[in-house]
Ligand binder design. Sequence first.
Ligand SMILES: NC(=O)c1ccc[n+]([C@@H]2O[C@H](COP(=O)([O-])OP(=O)(O)OC[C@H]3O[C@@H](n4cnc5c(N)ncnc54)[C@H](OP(=O)(O)O)[C@@H]3O)[C@@H](O)[C@H]2O)c1
Length: 245
Amino acid sequence: MKLDGAVVIVTGASSGIGAATARLASARGAKVVLAARRLDRIAELAGQLPNAFPVQTDLRDPDQIRRLVDSAVVRFGHVDVLVNNAGQGLHVPLEHVRLEDLRAVTELNFYAPLLAMQAVIPVMRKQGGGAIVNVSSMTSRMVLPGVGGYSATKSGLNMLSAVARRELAGDGIAVSTVYPSVTATEFHQSLAAGARVGGGWSGPPPHSAEKVAEAILALIESGDEETQLTQDWGGVPGRGSQADR
Ligand SMILES: NC(=O)c1ccc[n+]([C@@H]2O[C@H](COP(=O)([O-])OP(=O)(O)OC[C@H]3O[C@@H](n4cnc5c(N)ncnc54)[C@H](OP(=O)(O)O)[C@@H]3O)[C@@H](O)[C@H]2O)c1
């Protein structure tokens, strides 16, 4: 998939990894459709990028997801790439997870990517192919106390992504999964509940949003199955398990 001229929908484009992905894709010639709830942020970003437009979207609402994809098709005539990036953490021990919080992050981290894939698949199939990148988390590749609710939603997403990859291969639609580790965004300030495990971060420097965005764009271009962004602990024994706090 070439990014130059491609129509790319980025969810969660109002901050962090999503905003960085939109900027980078635009710099490589993509037309970007920016989705998030905070219209002021995505409108401002769209104003800085050529061929970009914002669609205020609450991804917990299935109707708004369909409207997002419809808007992209109406504006640009096709959708080449979907980056399912929007997500929220839930960082409390399982004993204290409140059902309403888990339901909310499940709707965002698990249902919304599925519904967005369902909305773009017919469009991509009709045009002969496309690329989908689902943004997961390294927490789902380990067993990490304190983030079980969040990790479970991302583990579910991993399976959706892997199965979709196989189901859609015959249609020329490449489905990939990216696994970020700790990344310097607003993520840890906007958890549905809880706080970063262990309080302050004493590990290696967080990755930049741009580093994750580069990995997302590389997956779009290659169609590879996945990329894991592991933290560099400099060989400190026993510290790797903290990679995604
Ligand atoms: N940062 C990390 O350490 C880290 C590590 C591993 C994985 N990840 C994953 O990376 C992805 C991006 O996170 P980030 O680090 O860039 O965090 P972030 O800066 O907090 O960005 C989260 C984005 O999700 C959007 N969002 C939240 N709820 C939404 C809703 N109901 N409808 C639409 N959009 C919604 C937010 O936009 P609005 O609030 O404007 O709606 C925002 O644009 C997430 O899936 C996260 O799980 C992050």
